[in-house]
Design a protein around this ligand. Structure first.
Ligand code: CP
Length: 320
């Protein structure tokens, strides 16, 4: 049985992008685009989720994902509860499912979950009541579906919807990155022309993963002529101490400097999911420079999460 769809094929949860079609991705991106607004403008709001309650349960740190899921739910009229997991009865040994079932008794309609253990989000989704939906806010190194969507939306805004015409280079710690996995799923489903993976051997994904990606050992090879340069953070929290590269050496060989960026197309955009290690994977002059769309990625996070929440939660039959 599909872990995130209803019997009619519609999305009941959003756990992964791996089975989304191009038509579904296009529909979500177009939906999200309607919620994008310029910096400083009053953001769009409606009552689409009026009366609903969403719980944010994050067992790993987050700034962007947690805040933007909360803003998205509130801007659609939902009530939002941020459960401080360390201060909850989870700290006394309560299981995740007992916590979830407790919150269901308090009339929660959806859960946004970030967890460091693979499979927890799907496990919760398989065990919630029929009227409840679950949204992944990042699952271990496995997936970060709303990040993949906001990355695709950002590329679409700057480069157009013809992904076939684009060369996208993903650079850095791809092996431990859930962002890279979901971006890969989104970009390949959208028909990207060329997808490059640029990493040192220890940070390249295992053979067989990312099958459509062309592998490059150096940015000098992998950035040549790219339209999009997506830099990744070194995921120290998923590495043994001995595996963590030295920051200065890493920047010298793989960091995105202004000189390296000149290998890409002159109109290439620079992306980074953040948080950034400035001076390790990216130079501040590039991160804050004219080709950077990193702040657009953050802005698009709210719009994408509004589209996802509305798409998943609204088709449900009204309960008595
Ligand atoms: N990009 C991202 O997931 O950021 P946070 O960890 O701050 O949510």
């Amino acid at each position: 049985m599909n872990k995130q769809r209803r019997g009619d094929g519609s999305l009941r949860h959003l756990i992964t992008l791996e089975d989304l079609t191009r038509a579904e991705l296009d529909a979500l991106l177009e939906h999200a685009q309607r919620y994008v607004c310029a910096s400083g403008a009053r953001p769009p709001m409606n009552r689409a989720l009026d009366g609903m309650t969403i719980g944010n349960l994050f067992t790993e740190p987050s700034t962007r994902t947690r805040v933007s899921f909360e803003l998205a739910a509130r801007r659609l009229g939902a009530e939002v509860i941020n459960l401080e997991v360390q201060l909850s009865s989870r700290a006394k040994g309560e299981t995740m499912l007992d916590t979830i079932h407790t919150l269901e008794s308090l009339h929660f309609d959806g859960f946004v979950i970030r967890d460091s253990e693979p499979g927890v989000v799907a496990h919760v989704a398989a065990n919630v009541a029929a009227h409840v939906s679950v949204f992944s806010a990042g699952e271990a190194h496995v997936s970060h579906p709303t990040q993949g969507l906001l990355d695709a939306l950002t590329v679409r805004q700057h480069k157009g919807a013809r992904f076939e015409a684009l060369c996208i280079a993903i650079v850095g710690d791809i092996r431990h990155s859930r962002v890279a996995r979901s971006a890969y799923e989104a970009f390949t489903a959208l028909g990207v022309g060329e997808l490059r993976l640029v990493a040192p051997p220890g940070l390249m994904p295992e053979a067989g993963l990312f099958p459509a990606g062309r592998r490059y050992a150096t940015p000098e090879q992998g950035l040549m002529g790219a339209d999009v340069v997506m830099m990744l953070r070194i995921q120290k929290e998923r590495m043994a101490q001995a595996e963590i590269p030295d920051g200065d050496q890493y920047f010298a060989r793989y960091g995105l400097s202004a000189a390296r960026l000149r290998l890409a197309r002159p109109d290439a955009i620079v992306m980074h999911p953040q948080p950034m290690n400035r001076g390790v994977e990216i130079d501040s002059a590039v991160a804050d420079g004219p080709q950077s769309v990193i702040r657009d990625q953050v802005r698009n996070g709210v719009a994408v999460r509004m589209a996802v929440l509305e798409t998943v939660l609204r088709p449900r039959p009204v309960r008595a």
